[in-house]
Write a protein that binds this ligand. Structure first.
Ligand SMILES: [Zn+2]
Length: 636
């Protein structure tokens, strides 16, 4: 997933509790890496291997009703199977292929996690059939009114199962350490298209009935469904894009380099193992940048900039086809196993396709974000560890720049120390060895030490000496279990950004903005420019920049976001209509959170934010508005 939580006051409350807890708990350094504290399922006794879903969508009432048939292996002869559910109404449950009903009960509701569904089985039972209905409040389901789509004529539904939301639309063992295959039959209103994280058809079905097969095993957080008025356009013989007809052509143009990215990734990390790779462009209320649903990445339309400048997000979701989807974190505590690897690989793919200067800018932007995050969180904060302790907390709390960027820099540090060729060989071997399996911090370190540090056939003189040195040099445990940033973190230099800083200096020294040398600047140059401007600009300076570079009018969502933050800071009211329009027209949390937070810093800003939010909130996804409610102290 491409998101990053902005650190909010909400999190501080839970952190304080956590700090106190850890201070009194010396055994934190020997965590039990395999125990998933975010599932009720009795996964050690009963292992679900396959699901058959039969679902009918009711857009008027905003519910899905259906049957989930779960096949499993009963390892211990257990007389019950426990599944995860949240806000589901369970109508009845039957066993195997018979019509006979069995007993079931829903346990107590727990925050974030929902309720355990305990079903009576016999040691011989191989399958349970759960007949159920979702709630209109199901957190994974966003039902859009026609006016919330580009076309404006048909309703739209999309799902977001990560982190622990699959259980709000399918009763399942909702644990990233378990994998299933699935088939599905889905009935939607006639005329609408439906796709899943599975083998998809590329044409609409005349009767509104769609059948899906997912032959590769996935964790349930990759279960996904999207239904609406959209069509398919191929980009190569194995890659394509789904989007509303109004934006399909623009989307296909924007993502044309995807095949080249795929080839670059395959050259480094081995063959793509999922058959087809498609991109589903969602309506603007999608709260994230992208979500790596297997075979079918979901993306925000805010990356369609008209100049192919925001494609690192596609590289990121594509890289998940190896890191995350193929080799998956065993629990949410090791979210970096998914996102750190992916973020590292994103910059490597971008380097292969767009060159070294480009990748250096990406690393530099990442580094700035990482430093800012650690500064904000505090370098002793336990949440700055790669391996987290999320017991009793929402797994979303772990979705910070630490998992993504500290994780990426950990791997970059390994690459720098081992040499690119040797590290690439290691990663290729890692993906081949653990394909369709799970991984923990502990298992990764042990595998790394086995392959790299204790490699018996390695042709290095003075073997023993070198091994000891390398272990010390790499500081593996400090990176994974320590807080803050180890002192062997790679230093990033970007020649391109040095040029940007020169231009800023010369503008501050009196050069006209129109005389600045900005030819061939990419989005990343502009972002670096905007992020490094002084926080004390005069109104005249804001006007000069805007008149010269048309920031307020830009179609590029990243640049607009960075500019609007300055506009709020400097009360540059000329940009307020654009600010309001931006907040009302898209629901990506990455943009909404900093803008609303910035507005909330002053009483006038807070008033303006509340006014816009009153209108915008109903169009946002719960994942976005739950975060913003906190910032604006919003009372329903
Ligand atoms: Zn990701």
């Amino acid at each position: 997933m491409k998101i990053r939580n902005h650190y909010t006051k909400l999190m501080f409350a839970s952190l304080l509790v956590c700090l106190i807890f850890i201070a009194g708990c010396a055994s934190e350094d020997v965590p039990d890496h395999d125990v998933d504290v975010h599932t009720f399922a009795n996964v050690d006794d009963v292992v679900v291997t396959h699901m058959d879903l039969d679902m009918a969508l009711n857009f008027d009432d905003q519910i899905i009703s259906g049957r989930a048939s779960l096949q499993f292996n009963n390892l211990t002869g257990s007389e019950e199977i426990v599944l995860d559910t949240r806000d589901l109404t369970i109508e009845r449950v039957t066993l195997d292929d018979g019509g006979e009903e069995t007993e079931f009960s829903l346990g107590e509701f727990v925050d974030y996690l929902g309720q355990p569904l305990t079903i009576s089985i016999t040691p011989e039972t191989e399958k349970v059939n759960v007949y159920y209905e979702t709630s209109p409040e199901a957190a994974a389901l966003q039902w859009l009114e026609p006016e919330q789509t580009a076309g404006g004529e048909h309703p739209f539904l999309f799902t977001q199962s990560q982190a622990v939301l699959a259980r709000t639309w399918v009763p399942c063992q909702d644990a990233p350490g378990r994998r299933i295959t699935y088939n599905a039959r889905v009935e939607v209103p006639e005329g609408l298209m439906a796709v899943m994280s599975a083998e998809n058809q590329q044409e609409r079905s005349p009767d509104g009935v769609y059948e899906f097969t997912m032959p590769q095993t996935i964790p349930t957080y990759l279960l996904a469904l999207s239904v609406g008025d959209f069509d398919y356009s191929p980009l190569s013989d194995r890659i394509g894009v789904y989007a509303e007809p109004e934006i399909l052509e623009d989307a296909a143009w924007e993502f044309a380099d995807t095949e080249e990215m795929m080839k670059a990734a395959e050259n480094m990390y081995g063959a793509y193992r999922w058959g087809q790779y498609d991109i589903m462009v969602l309506p603007p209320s999608f709260p994230f940048g992208g979500m790596e649903n297997a075979r079918l990445t979901f993306v925000t339309p805010t990356i369609i900039a008209g100049d192919r400048s925001l494609l690192s997000l596609i590289a990121h979701e594509l890289a998940h086809s190896w890191a995350g989807n193929l080799v998956t974190m065993a629990t949410w505590n090791d979210f970096w196993i998914n996102e750190g690897f992916t973020s590292y690989m994103t910059n490597r793919i971008m380097e292969e396709v767009y060159g070294r200067d480009y990748a250096e800018m990406l690393w530099h932007l990442d580094y700035q974000e990482l430093i800012a995050t650690i500064e904000e969180m505090g370098e002793d904060n336990p949440d700055t560890r790669l391996h987290l302790d999320l017991k009793g907390r929402d797994p979303d709390d772990g979705m910070t720049a630490i998992a993504y960027i500290k994780g990426a820099f950990f791997l970059k540090m390994l690459e720098n120390n081992l040499g690119r060729e040797r590290f690439d060989d290691f990663l290729l071997q890692y993906f081949n060895s653990f394909a369709f399996q799970t991984m923990t911090s502990e298992a990764f370190l042990s595998y790394f030490r086995g392959i790299v540090l204790e490699d018996p056939v390695r042709e290095v003189p003075a073997d023993d000496m070198e091994e000891i040195d390398l272990e010390e040099q790499l500081k593996l445990d400090e990176w994974v279990y320590g807080t803050g940033l180890p002192d062997n973190c790679p230093v990033i230099h970007s020649d391109e950004f040095a040029k940007v800083e020169d231009q800023i200096d010369s503008w501050i020294a009196g050069t006209d903005a129109s005389d600045m040398e900005v030819e061939n600047w990419t989005t990343h140059h502009w972002l670096h420019f905007l992020m490094n401007l002084s926080e004390e600009l005069s109104h005249e300076q804001m006007v000069e920049l805007d008149n010269t570079f048309n920031f307020t009018e830009t179609e590029n969502s990243e640049i607009l976001n960075a500019w609007l933050l300055h506009a709020i800071e400097h009360r540059y009211e000329e940009a307020y209509p654009a600010l309001e329009e931006f907040l009302l027209s898209q629901g990506r949390r990455k943009f909404l959170m900093p803008l609303y937070s910035k507005l909330a810093e002053t009483p006038e800003g807070m008033e303006m934010a509340q006014e816009i939010y009153r209108e915008a909130r109903p169009t946002y996804h719960p994942i976005s508005y739950q975060s913003i409610d906190e910032v604006l102290d919003w009372q329903n």
